[in-house]
Write a protein that binds this ligand. Structure first.
Ligand SMILES: N[C@@H](CCC(=O)N[C@@H](CS)C(=O)NCC(=O)O)C(=O)O
Length: 216
């Protein structure tokens, strides 16, 4: 059976979990925390910086959430189509996957790091810079959404978008300036695989370094 190493509050773990839940593939969840050093050891051994999630298929360890989704798509395709067969459609999807990782999820990471580094007095200039970049990404996505058929289907795009927009909105609220993006975020959070991740992460919200808002 497949096993996924991760943590319920980790955005990249959500990304892989959403694909696993949508594909209805059987797997075991292996918690990466101080109570499970054996799982941490596997994660540390798998990739250069010991990041999670990591998918284990027997002895085969796959790291990077996007690669895990590619692996599921080619080996364990369930009821949903995570990545289309058509090469051009697949490239367009992978491009958006990079947008959500690089220009939303990783873009907001410095704010989290600032609050860990100096919770009492995080560097406000660095935070303002991140918020500005996030708004640029939101503006681009608002335009992209004019043509994207937002539906209940889960593909690589939704797997990447749901966790990144969930947490980015906590750092820089999407608000009324980007109505299509705000509506799509709400739709994503209502999809059963995503809603399950949101619920399972709820007990950990107090650990969000900049402080979690009282919503979602
Ligand atoms: N590029 C990686 C990023 C994974 C990542 O940043 N994971 C975080 C959790 S969301 C992590 O491992 N944090 C612990 C650490 O950095 O030691 C992916 O797509 O899977």
């Amino acid at each position: 059976m497949l096993a996924l190493y991760g943590h319920p509050f980790s955005s990249y773990t959500w990304k892989a979990l959403i694909a696993l839940y949508a594909s209805e593939v059987e797997f075991e969840f292996r918690m990466v925390d101080a109570d499970h050093p054996e799982n941490c050891e596997v994660v540390q051994s798998a990739s250069p910086l010991g990041k999670f999630p990591v998918l284990a298929d027997g002895d085969n360890l796959i790291f990077e959430a996007s690669s895990i989704i590619e692996y599921l798509n080619s080996h364990y395709q369930g009821s949903e189509v995570l990545i289309p067969l058509d090469p051009n459609a697949a490239i367009a999807m992978r491009m958006l996957d990079r947008v959500f990782d690089n220009y939303v999820m990783n873009c907001m990471q410095p704010v989290v790091e600032e609050y860990i580094r100096n919770p009492a007095a995080p560097d406000q200039a660095r935070i303002a810079e991140v918020r500005d970049r996030l708004r640029r990404s939101y503006a681009w996505l608002e335009g992209w959404l004019e043509y994207y058929p937002a539906s209940g289907q889960i593909t690589l795009i939704e797997c990447a978008a749901a966790p990144s927009l969930f947490y980015a909105d906590w750092v820089e609220p999407i608000g009324d300036a980007f109505p299509r993006l705000a509506a799509w975020r709400a739709l994503l959070l209502s999809l059963p695989p995503v809603a399950r991740c949101v619920e399972d992460a709820r007990p950990y919200r107090a650990y969000f370094p900049p402080g979690a808002p009282d919503r979602d």
